[in-house]
Design a protein around this ligand. Structure first.
Ligand SMILES: [Zn+2]
Ligand SMILES: [Zn+2]
Length: 257
């Protein structure tokens, strides 16, 4: 009698658990981190289409000096054709891919749909890019591109800081002594020429902080014209940095933004 009763309880509990799981799947089905479509359990965060998209936007070869696609001009020892026209202030760059497809979806979801946890996913590919970069082994610190406090307050986090924390693990510390002293309109809204003027004087190094002789790596989610990275590198070099490199999740091509 007792055991029948127990079995009934077990039955009911089992059924309740099953319904709870089923309802959970309906309410919170496993969703692709990039596009939100339902995915099979074990899909490792992305749907099949988004994995394909990711492969396509991380596959191309790029100029290690400026980060733009190597293109049909090929590579020269010290950069591409564009680099020779306008040398970046930073000394080299590693990128996970181009700002398109899955990388773009992830960056947008992280920043504008309040998904800071996606920094972990993006940092994975940035780590792979960084590991292949010649400067990876000689960094003294990772410096996230700072947000103005007003924007950080509105968003709740600085995505570059989150990415830097991930990349720093087991490598070098994160240094937040580069600050944004001026609130500027978002770079995406401006033309290339206006972007340069937009960030001029926007950054500064905290008072009394010395970067003398240090090798630094700027961290940002995307770079479009390189204007922000250049301005940050300029300020850091002025503060004594020996070399300033950069690592980004995505480089936006001029004609895609
Ligand atoms: Zn997807
Ligand atoms: Zn280049």
């Amino acid at each position: 009698m007792h055991s029948v009763h127990n079995r009934r309880i077990a039955d009911v509990t089992g059924r309740v658990q099953w319904w709870a799981a089923a309802a959970g799947q309906l309410l919170w089905p496993l969703a692709c981190e990039a596009c939100g479509r339902a995915i099979e359990p074990g899909g490792e965060g992305l749907c099949e289409a988004c994995w394909q998209g990711l492969l396509s936007c991380t596959a191309g070869s790029y100029c290690r000096a400026c980060g733009l696609d190597a293109g049909s001009f090929g590579m020269l020892e010290d950069g591409c054709a564009r680099c020779r026209e306008r040398r970046p202030v930073y000394d080299g760059i590693a990128r996970a891919g181009v700002y398109a497809s899955t990388l773009r979806d992830l960056v947008l979801a992280m920043k504008f749909h309040d998904r800071p946890e996606l920094a972990a996913r993006l940092a994975q590919w940035m780590e792979a890019a960084l590991a292949a970069a010649p400067f990876a082994g000689r960094l003294d610190a990772f410096v996230p591109v700072p947000l103005h406090w007003r924007r950080r307050l509105a968003r709740g986090f600085n995505q570059s800081f989150l990415l830097a924390c991930r990349l720093a693990r087991g490598r070098a510390p994160v240094n937040t002594d580069l600050v944004r002293v001026r609130h500027t309109p978002s770079q995406w809204t401006l033309s290339t020429t206006r972007r340069r003027g937009n960030v001029a004087g926007a950054f500064a190094v905290r008072r009394d902080h010395d970067f003398s002789g240090r090798t630094l790596c700027l961290v940002d989610d995307i770079t479009t014209s390189g204007a922000t990275l250049n301005e940050c590198a300029r300020v850091l070099k002025q503060a004594g940095a020996a070399a300033v490199y950069a690592v980004v999740a995505a480089v936006a091509m001029q004609d895609t933004d």
